[in-house]
Design a protein around this ligand. Structure first.
Ligand code: BG6
Length: 509
């Protein structure tokens, strides 16, 4: 497999390419991610004829499943979480490339068994020794899996083996650094694909196209014209059945360190001078290096965290975070985080970036809103109303699109204005719904394109940015400062205060 260094925008508007014959080994094959996301995305690629005929998937997990049972489970996943099997013939062809290997990720001898199986598959199916190892497992297994794959010499050839690591990549700066050291001991950076599924979203990639394929936005994309930026990732779901993981993560580690900071980087970065994986990632790293919480001397002044209490969602009562299954009594894990950040560089000096994310909020919506400065002199005194600033809203999901808010004269004899919107929507412009992020990311990884995956220094810088909050919030003395917000509301009142104290308001979404 060769490494692809290609213009990602051109890849995005893609000349269709098919990966080389290969085996995708999924560790964590009996888990949710495999069944809900990975295998349905692979099947979708099969439907679109994007997979080579030799493509083989080997599921690895502890359970003693047979190949046939694994196939049945995956079929169920495709039926439940995508638009179904379609043609039976196509499914049979796909299923013939599904295998299962029962293994304990901590046992070296099991990797020998896996290695032997992969060798046999190479012979039988012509996969030519090409492999992608996907760690869709709990982070406790990352290190043993990496060490054992290394010891079994399965990552030795950088041209033929790749490894995909799911988030969370570490739980703070030190653990991320030590994980990076382990990874870099067993393979080269060009073999490592650290996933942040937000980068696979069509609308997130469109941030680059929007900014760098249009000439009119760049001249106003700076402190001279922009008043502030708001990034919102709101979810309606609660912690669901993931308390085991979430209790140790909370919204800061689960969402901010990765998804929100990636959105911020793509919004704030300088135009890369070429679009290959490293130039792009270098620009993102530069943003992270210049990014900081607005008040480093007292981070509580520029941040808020909170937990949902019981409330109502779409007319139905829902329980509070502490009552959710698996959550510790008196838990202080935040399910909501908001913060004000600044970027110390020429483009953004003094422009606040307000970030907020939470579970059990009234609406599922992810948006980046660029609020421009108000007009320097409002000559329409008689029709003046509050806040006539232009806002460019980039809707990441749902209802994907971009709109620009501006003032227009209302029809009639009086000179009265009203706020209106120019709107672009993916649905109506392209007539298709955007494809799933995993579809794109799996394909890129199989093609050897690292553009949409995070680099070692990038992930470390992102941890560095949130370190002051981790240190403050994890300290026992500040545990009781976690406030509550009612499920189905837009978060705690402290969050309103965070932005109101700057004479600004969160957008009503
Ligand atoms: C995951 C988080 O990375 O992203 C989840 O672990 C969160 O807690 C999810 O629900 C949100 O992803 P999306 O694509 O639904 O916005």
């Amino acid at each position: 497999m060769s490494t692809v260094m290609e213009n990602p925008l051109r890849v995005g508007l893609r000349q269709e390419r098919t990966p080389e014959p290969q085996i995708l080994v999924i560790f964590g094959a009996s888990g949710d991610l495999t069944m809900r996301k990975l295998v349905p995305a692979l099947y979708q690629m099969k439907k679109e004829r994007r997979l080579p005929p030799e493509m083989t998937i080997v599921g690895v997990a502890r359970r003693p499943w047979s190949d046939d049972y694994f196939r049945e489970q995956m079929r169920q996943g495709i039926e439940d979480f995508s638009d179904g099997i379609g043609s039976e013939e196509l499914w049979q062809d796909f299923a013939a490339g599904l295998f299962y290997c029962s293994a304990d990720m901590e046992k070296q001898e099991d990797y020998q068994k896996l290695k032997a199986l992969l060798g046999e598959i190479d012979e039988k199916r012509g996969t030519r020794g090409n492999r992608v190892f996907y760690l869709a497992v709990s982070p406790n297994f990352f290190v043993p899996a990496l060490k054992n794959l290394g010891a079994a010499e399965m990552l030795k050839d950088p041209l033929k083996s790749r490894i995909v690591i799911e988030k969370p990549f570490g739980r703070d700066l030190n653990s991320a650094k030590s994980l990076n050291r382990v990874v870099q001991k067993v393979c080269k950076e060009e073999q490592i694909y650290r996933i942040d599924h937000y980068l696979g979203k069509e609308t997130v990639q469109n941030l680059m196209v929007f900014r760098f394929a249009n000439a009119i936005f760049e001249p106003i994309w700076n402190r001279q014209f922009i008043d502030h930026v708001q990034i919102t990732v709101a979810e309606t779901v609660g912690v669901e059945d993931r308390a085991g993981y979430y209790e140790n993560a909370g919204a800061l580690r689960d969402m901010v360190q990765n998804h929100l900071l990636q959105l911020l980087c793509l919004t704030a970065m300088e135009p890369p001078n070429a679009l290959n994986p490293d130039t792009l990632r270098t620009e993102k790293v530069k943003v992270l290096q210049a990014l900081r919480l607005a008040d480093l001397a007292n981070v509580e002044n520029c941040s808020v965290r909170a937990q949902y209490s019981s409330g109502w969602m779409r007319g139905k009562p829902v329980q509070g975070y502490r009552e959710e299954p698996g959550v510790k009594e008196g838990s202080t894990t935040p399910s909501y985080v908001a913060m004000k950040m600044l970027i110390d560089n020429w483009r953004w000096q003094g422009v606040p970036f307000y970030l907020r994310t939470g579970k059990r909020l009234p609406k599922r919506v992810t948006e980046i809103a660029i609020q421009f400065r108000e007009v320097p002199l409002l000559i329409f005194q008689s029709v003046a109303h509050q806040n006539n600033a232009n806002i460019l809203s980039m809707r990441i999901q749902p209802n994907e699109g971009i709109s620009l808010r501006f003032e227009a004269k209302m029809p009639g004899a009086d000179l009265r204005s009203r706020t209106v919107e120019m709107d672009f929507s993916y649905g109506s412009s392209f007539g298709v719904t955007t494809s799933d992020a995993y579809h794109r990311l799996l394909l890129d990884c199989m093609l050897g394109d690292q553009t949409l995956f995070t680099r070692a220094d990038e992930v470390e810088e992102a941890w560095r940015v949130v370190t002051p909050l981790i240190l403050t919030w994890d300290s026992p003395s500040s545990q009781e400062n976690v406030s509550q917000y009612e499920a189905g509301t837009w978060g705690p009142s402290l969050s309103e205060m965070l932005i109101n104290q700057d004479n600004r308001r969160w957008r009503r979404l």
